[in-house]
Ligand binder design. Structure first.
Ligand code: FAD
Ligand code: MLT
Ligand code: ZN
Length: 481
């Protein structure tokens, strides 16, 4: 370990788990859903990046909302701290205990409740895995409005709780728009039914939004209703090379202007990110091997008319090539080639893990300025680290990653607080889509004003007065300024 050194202390107001507590959980959940064994706990105590490790002695797997309610009611009355956990693919240390919090994983709650083929509204339990939902919908002629590299493990409850962005955001927008309803269980066990399926509903405060992106700090999301788009018949994917960052930006503008409504993804990776994937992942080939370019861009179009869409894309590519924005490029000829292109972009996170230590930043920045930060970071770190820039260019979301063989506090000191100060100076966000978790709870002020944070703290106190839900995460541990 050795990521962001955390100086957080265990909150002494929390109780220590007793054998009576275990007996109670066995009584309500049955032995099969109460886990104390080393194997299961060591996996659940450690995050996907293997950077954060807790020491929980108990993992609970409820099978229905009523069981979640009973668990939380009991934990609240006993002052037992709880960490809600989904697929445990989060990248900011939010999904694992910091100390001995009880882990509550709702992965067994994975039923689809209903799907309306006319409206495209899906209602499901929050433990459904994203990829399974997408496969279900594809069979119905629809798809999930979000897609991310962790789709095989992450759960929709985790996606909603982190307000995950991902690869389709540029087309379908945020979960704040797509999630129509939520059922959540509060810290005291009360079940809040906000599981509406209406597009329009202005009856009072729209409280479901509090749970979207609150990273398990306000309640456990148990059910979700979500608006899903139709799966259109014609999908094209181009893998392109650009020589400089300015060309990537201009290409984005051109894509918006010329591809218009059929644009469904606009992603980028730099030369270092491509090198990382080629070095550390097996079976990957650079689709544009003749030369290593400085930047690669993936542009996907999704529409309903194959010949019209192809014509539109081809004309756009030709113009961009002639205008010098693109240096080289290839359009996927079939689904296999398209997934091999996506594998390059989606594989960067995994390749970085294989390379050793990784310092990961997820920033919203003005597109024009975004890559300056990557270059400045390279200058700061010199040969001591690899600095990668990739991300969701169409959403102005940069993933700045620093890769070294081992964690080293002197490297961390070169990166932080510089990266946060730089982002704040440009009025960006220090967490575009991954959340704050444990990693950035104390850094919230770089993006949010003290008054805003104070209001968040009041909301947290109202909904979870004993602070049992995901303590030490999201909100700052240090006193408010
Ligand atoms: P977890 O990691 O288990 O939990 C994440 C947070 O949500 C924690 O704070 C946890 O307490 C809380 N939580 C989980 N379930 C619930 C629930 N039911 N109720 C209340 N709180 C809950 N993220 C993006 O935004 N875009 C990407 O493109 C993207 N790509 C990724 C690619 C890879 C390879 C990996 C490993 C991660 C990626 N992520 C991405 C990050 C991560 O996958 C997302 O944050 C995802 O939404 C987390 O879902 P999860 O089920 O794994 O949640
Ligand atoms: C991505 O876009 O690849 C994900 O957010 C994961 C990452 O930032 O590495
Ligand atoms: Zn991302």
């Amino acid at each position: 370990f050795g990521s962001t050194a955390t100086t957080v202390q265990r909150d002494p107001s929390f109780s220590i788990l007793s054998s009576d507590d275990i007996d109670y959980f066995v009584e309500i959940l049955g032995e099969k859903n109460v886990f104390q064994d080393e194997d299961k706990l060591s996996t659940a105590n450690m995050d996907w990046m293997r950077k954060y490790k807790g020491s929980s002695k108990l993992l609970l797997q409820p099978r229905c909302t009523e069981e979640v309610s009973q668990i939380l009611k009991y934990c609240n009355s006993r002052r037992l701290a709880v960490v809600p956990q989904g697929g445990n693919t989060g990248l900011v240390g939010g999904s694992v205990p910091v100390f001995d919090e009880v882990i509550v994983n709702i992965g067994c709650m994975n039923n689809i409740i209903s799907f309306d083929k006319v409206s495209g509204i899906l209602v499901c339990e929050a433990g459904c895995i994203l990829e399974n939902l997408d496969s279900f919908l594809i069979n119905q002629g629809f798809l999930m409005p979000l897609d991310l590299g962790a789709k095989g493990s992450c759960q929709i409850g985790g996606n909603v709780s982190t307000n995950a962005g991902g690869l389709r955001f540029v087309r379908y927008g945020s979960l704040h728009g797509n999630v129509l309803g939520i059922e959540a269980v509060l810290a005291d066990g009360s079940v809040i039914d906000m599981l509406g399926t209406l597009r329009k509903d202005n009856t009072g405060y729209d409280l479901k939004h509090l749970f979207i992106g609150s990273e398990g700090s306000l309640g456990i999301v148990t059910k979700v209703s979500i608006l899903t788009p139709l799966k259109l018949s014609s999908i094209n994917l181009a893998f392109l090379a650009c020589n400089d960052y300015l060309s990537c930006q201009k290409l984005l503008l051109e894509a918006r202007r010329k591809l218009g409504e059929i644009l469904s993804a606009f992603e980028f990776l730099d030369h270092e990110s491509m090198g990382m994937v080629l070095t550390h992942l097996e079976g990957i080939r650079n689709p544009l091997p003749s030369s290593m370019y400085n930047f690669y861009v993936l542009i996907e179009t999704t529409g309903s008319d194959e010949s019209y869409d192809k014509e539109k894309l081809e004309a756009f590519l030709l113009r961009s090539m002639e205008g010098g924005l693109i240096s080289d490029g290839v359009v996927a000829q079939d689904i296999n080639q398209a997934s091999s292109f996506w594998r390059i972009r989606e594989g960067i996170t995994e390749a970085l893990m294989k390379a050793g230590a990784v310092y990961k930043y997820d920033l919203s920045l003005p597109v024009e300025k975004m890559y300056n930060l990557v270059e400045e970071m390279r200058l700061r770190l010199g040969l001591s680290a690899k600095v990668l820039g990739y991300g969701h260019l169409g959403d102005a979301n940069l993933h700045l990653n620093v890769s070294t063989l081992q964690y080293d506090d002197s490297i961390l000191a070169q990166i932080e607080p510089f990266v946060y100060e730089w982002t704040s100076k440009h009025r960006g966000s220090i967490s575009a889509e991954h959340g704050l978790g444990l990693m950035k709870a104390n850094e919230i002020y770089y993006t949010k004003s003290p008054e805003t944070v104070r209001l968040m703290v009041s909301i947290k106190k109202l909904l979870d007065p004993n602070g049992i839900l995901n303590p030490y995460k999201v909100l700052p541990h240090s006193p408010l300024p």
